[in-house]
Design a protein around this ligand. Structure first.
Ligand code: BTN
Length: 244
């Protein structure tokens, strides 16, 4: 049984923006087209009709504000599981990778009042039947269609993601962290045991990613041997994102 109420729209500027304004707990906003979709770090994310999933899950979790960023990781696990017939991997914190290219991205946002959560919105953009990407992102982005030559029923994928998300979210809520999920997460992590370049809080570093810890932070053994963990930031993996 799906616990979520799906609200479908022909067109929205951004499902995340709509969800932040009007979304209620356990509602999922889905749009066929997004005219002003948003990615992380102020980037844009467009969605053309019939080509890609643009969905935002609205939640009001009883967790501390500091735990919310981990919901990106929970959502990434759900997307990976929904696509488990395919060799997709998670790139910390928010990308889903297929054959070394980005298939999906996740943008988690929240609205707080007096440091209490009013709404958390987990936006998922997944390239399903996209036939062609603009030249500038062609070597970095991919779709299910481009990787397999097949087209997919997007509603079925949405339902599968939500089924998996409910499962992982309930596990997450038991501890309000990644303690019970980190092993499975790390097994799907493309960064795992690989050389990474990271920029966190303005500091640039290179090292080997050792997986996430209980708080969902990426643990990195820097080239000088020191171990650090980063909560957010940009991480590029050797061989992906042009980091070679
Ligand atoms: C990223 O990788 O930068 C995150 C991309 C997130 C895109 C999705 S599409 C649905 C939802 N609505 C938005 O405006 N953004 C997210």
């Amino acid at each position: 049984m799906n616990r979520y109420k799906l609200l479908h729209f022909e067109e929205l500027t951004s499902t995340n923006e709509y969800a932040k304004r009007y979304g209620r707990n356990n509602e999922v906003i889905v749009a066929k087209r997004q005219t002003g979709g948003k990615g992380r770090l102020g980037r844009s994310w467009s969605t053309e009709e019939g080509e890609a999933i643009a969905m935002s899950i609205c939640l009001v979790p009883k967790v501390d504000v500091s735990a919310v960023s981990m919901l990106t990781l929970v959502a990434a696990m759900a997307v990976r599981e929904a696509l488990s017939e395919h060799e997709v991997m998670i790139k910390w914190p928010n990308d889903i990778i297929y054959n070394n290219k980005k298939l999906a991205g996740i943008l988690t946002e929240m609205i707080t009042e007096d440091n209490r959560i009013k709404t958390v919105v987990i936006g998922i953009g997944l390239n399903v039947n996209v036939c062609e990407f603009p030249q500038d992102i062609r070597n970095k982005a991919t779709s299910m269609y481009l990787e397999t030559g097949k087209t997919y029923d997007m509603q079925k994928i949405i339902d599968d993601i939500l089924l998996s998300f409910a499962k992982y979210y309930d596990i997450f809520l038991k501890t309000s962290d990644m303690k019970l999920l980190k092993e499975e997460y790390n097994n799907s992590l493309i960064n795992y045991n690989r050389l990474v370049k990271a920029i966190s809080s303005g500091e640039k570093m290179t090292g080997t990613a050792l997986g996430i810890d209980d708080d969902g932070e990426l643990v990195i053994r820097k080239n000088d041997g020191t171990i650090i963990s980063i909560r957010s930031g940009e991480v590029s993996v050797r061989g992906i994102d042009g980091y070679v």
